[in-house]
Design a protein around this ligand. Sequence first.
Ligand SMILES: Cc1cc2nc3c(=O)[nH]c(=O)nc-3n(C[C@H](O)[C@H](O)[C@H](O)COP(=O)(O)OP(=O)(O)OC[C@H]3O[C@@H](n4cnc5c(N)ncnc54)[C@H](O)[C@@H]3O)c2cc1C
Length: 358
Amino acid sequence: MTSLNCEARLRLPNLPSYIGLIVDRLQSFDADVRQEAQRVGFRFAFGRASFDMKPGLLVMRAEADDRDGLARIKDLLATAVQVYAKEDGPEIIWSGDLAGDTRLAQFREMTVASVCDLTPHMRRIRLTGEDLQRFGKFGGMHVRVLFPTRTVPDPIWPTLGSNGLPIWPSDERRPAARVYTIRALDIDAGFMDVDFLVHEGESVGSAWALQAKPGQKVGIMGPVGRPVRPADWYVLGGDETALPAIGRLLETLPAFTKGVAFIEIADRNERQAIGNATQIELHWLERNGKAAAMDGRLAGEVLSVQWPRDGSTFGWFAAEATPAKTVRDHWRGAMGLGRDQTLAAAYWRRGAAGLMAG
Ligand SMILES: Cc1cc2nc3c(=O)[nH]c(=O)nc-3n(C[C@H](O)[C@H](O)[C@H](O)COP(=O)(O)OP(=O)(O)OC[C@H]3O[C@@H](n4cnc5c(N)ncnc54)[C@H](O)[C@@H]3O)c2cc1C
């Protein structure tokens, strides 16, 4: 098979001060990294990349067997550079295969097919769209959902820029973005299910879910997120926003997988049926009247779990920012575990809109 190749040459005077951060970020997408003198090679499940470094200059090369793979690698490299090389104002222009492409590989316009209430506060919305294979690739479980809003009822969807990143319309036509989990994906039937927590306060995602009707359009971009590492044993923890991800993991991890999972919900009416295919023990923690994120038990329960000494192990946690920080600090600090064994993420922050959707 002939592979697709492209290259970008970037003027980055301060590269030595942040190259380590860029490499570390890319490695976290399950890349095998080879570093020698002024060259770094990356091997991802979906393609390859390399950095050649000269004084003030970074030459990035990407190679993959298909369009989706190449687009994914360009996006990962360009995003890492934009995040860490801000001080150098990098200008990224890719040459080579697919250089003039303006179709954003990670974007799909989707149509609401059905809406159903799983519990009083959890709405499952089935979205149909074309060519959804990509959303089962790369190990990312989530999507950025692009919504019309009251102020932008008729948004313009993003296109692909020459830097490999999305180009967005001006604010008057820009859709509002929020991050959600693909609860289930059926590529052959052309749909994905997304479970929306209906929560209090002014919002975009929750408000949209409340009024959603068959035939309405949203955009999605993805998949996003790092792969969950395979392991024999897991400790999983999360609140309602992580329930779709934990539910999907329990339904799809191999049957021999052991461990323990804690899910915090408002009260017993929010329990939902999960087809747990694993030997992971599931515990529901009910707040029973306390506001979301104001019941400190979730982080405490997760941190009190004894990790086995034998076999491969992984800790996965997602909730409001404060408990997520407590768990991350403990796993990374007191327990000295690395990114390869833990993922503790803030899925929302009390009082802040659109966390992680930027
Ligand atoms: C990787 C990832 C995956 C996620 N998957 C899901 C998912 O599958 N389903 C899901 O429902 N959510 C999920 N979330 C969380 C969701 O993105 C946030 O809750 C988001 O803020 C919802 O957007 P919104 O427009 O409804 O509220 P925003 O406009 O973002 O916020 C408005 C107000 O509501 C508050 N708020 C936000 N979330 C909550 C909450 N859970 N409880 C109480 N108050 C809240 C905010 O603090 C703010 O004050 C995920 C987040 C991430 C990062």
